[in-house]
Design a protein around this ligand. Sequence first.
Ligand code: HEC
Ligand code: HEC
Ligand code: HEC
Ligand code: HEC
Ligand code: HEC
Ligand code: HEC
Ligand code: HEC
Ligand code: HEC
Length: 203
Amino acid sequence: MGKSDKWLLLTFLTIVAGVVGVAGYWVESEPLNIGRYYLPNSGGPVMFEHKAHTDLTDGCESCHHDLLLSDDRYDCSDCHEDFVAEDFDHTDLKTIEAHSCGTCHQIDESAQAQSCRNCHSSVQETDEVSTACIECHDAEYTADLLTHDEMREVHDQDCGSCHYSRVISVAYHEQCNRCHFVENVELFASQEGNVRCEMCHLK
Ligand code: HEC
Ligand code: HEC
Ligand code: HEC
Ligand code: HEC
Ligand code: HEC
Ligand code: HEC
Ligand code: HEC
Ligand code: HEC
């Protein structure tokens, strides 16, 4: 390593240490103060214990999925001898009990958790789920040109340029129930296996 390289490295490390220090300070000085959410809706209001759930679950990204990096992933081989990603559908990978999104996807440390409503609205404008690139670009633009994180980046994190996100109630029902059924199906489902609505909706 040349002398100037060493200086460069040293300067770089100093900046990194500074940034990490400041970031650590911010996190420590701003404890998450959201105890609970009262979510009124036509099915009966839902009391959601945010703080309790944060303590119960692995990480913020189990719900705030926009904190996930889709491309930076752990390999199946980190934990398994005989599974490779190519043999599975993503839908199947998500529903394996022992997996949460963060089992495979790394976290975007620079992102902030947001309200689900920022992206999942209360009315479904269309039945379609996504837009084709060709609606806005030339025919040579196809989804396999870029990875998902790159697509997010070139579109300034505007998910809506490609997705019609599902409505808020469906987003909640799907996400909340998926985890509850893994954690404690006896509590959250009836003997016939139906969702027990009254576990969440107060009358
Ligand atoms: C079990 C699911 C779940 C977990 C885990 C979770 N949250 Fe949340 N969070 C929610 C829901 C639901 C809301 C209400 C969102 C809304 O207003 O639409 C919320 C709201 C928030 C908001 C307010 C957003 C806004 O602009 O109104 C912040 C900030 C937040 N969460 C941060 C965190 C952080 C940090 C963690 C991890 C320490 C975390 N959450 C863990 C589900 C969760
Ligand atoms: C951080 C660790 C981790 C990573 C990474 C991971 N898994 Fe898993 N996976 C587990 C654990 C723990 C289980 C439950 C215990 C078991 O069955 O081995 C599991 C279970 C499974 C099962 C169900 C096994 C069964 O017999 O029911 C499949 C299939 C699976 N994983 C596939 C994958 C694939 C494919 C990948 C990569 C895309 C992957 N996993 C990445 C930890 C991981
Ligand atoms: C067992 C590992 C595993 C789990 C669990 C998992 N993913 Fe993935 N995810 C992958 C792999 C592998 C890919 C890339 C291949 C693919 O698209 O099937 C991927 C791709 C993605 C993409 C990019 C879309 C695309 O097709 O390029 C997004 C977004 C994503 N995952 C979100 C999630 C969310 C949200 C969850 C939790 C609800 C989740 N993932 C759970 C392994 C996993
Ligand atoms: C609703 C319209 C819309 C759709 C659909 C859309 N894009 Fe874009 N895209 C844009 C706009 C607007 C920009 C410019 C964004 C900016 O500069 O902030 C852009 C920028 C880009 C860029 C980088 C700049 C450039 O022009 O080369 C790439 C690459 C790209 N899009 C690829 C895609 C791909 C791949 C798809 C389909 C998976 C897609 N886009 C779907 C509107 C769209
Ligand atoms: C340039 C287009 C584009 C942009 C912008 C984009 N996505 Fe995607 N996304 C895709 C494509 C293409 C897929 C894979 C095909 C599919 O499943 O629709 C995908 C898949 C996903 C999936 C997996 C769907 C599933 O059911 O597993 C999630 C979650 C997702 N995107 C979230 C986001 C979020 C959050 C944002 C914004 C921060 C975003 N996307 C921005 C094109 C885009
Ligand atoms: C930055 C925008 C954004 C935020 C914030 C966001 N989502 Fe999403 N979400 C998306 C997009 C885009 C998709 C892919 C389109 C789709 O499937 O609806 C998606 C997909 C989903 C899915 C289906 C994919 C899966 O995980 O199986 C669920 C469920 C979901 N979101 C629930 C939530 C909940 C609950 C919250 C709040 C805790 C939330 N989302 C916050 C943009 C967002
Ligand atoms: C990552 C997993 C996970 C997610 C996502 C999740 N929960 Fe939970 N929830 C739990 C666990 C674990 C418990 C405690 C279950 C037990 O006592 O065995 C729980 C308990 C509850 C209870 C209390 C039930 C009782 O004992 O009376 C309610 C209500 C609830 N959750 C609502 C929600 C809502 C609303 C959402 C979606 C915004 C949600 N949960 C998302 C894991 C989750
Ligand atoms: C895990 C908790 C949970 C369970 C279980 C649950 N819900 Fe919900 N439900 C929610 C949340 C959270 C919302 C959205 C609140 C909001 O809009 O902020 C919601 C919204 C709704 C809405 C309003 C839809 C709209 O578009 O305004 C209806 C109706 C509803 N749920 C019916 C049901 C029924 C029927 C069941 C049983 C089959 C059920 N829910 C089970 C949490 C739950």
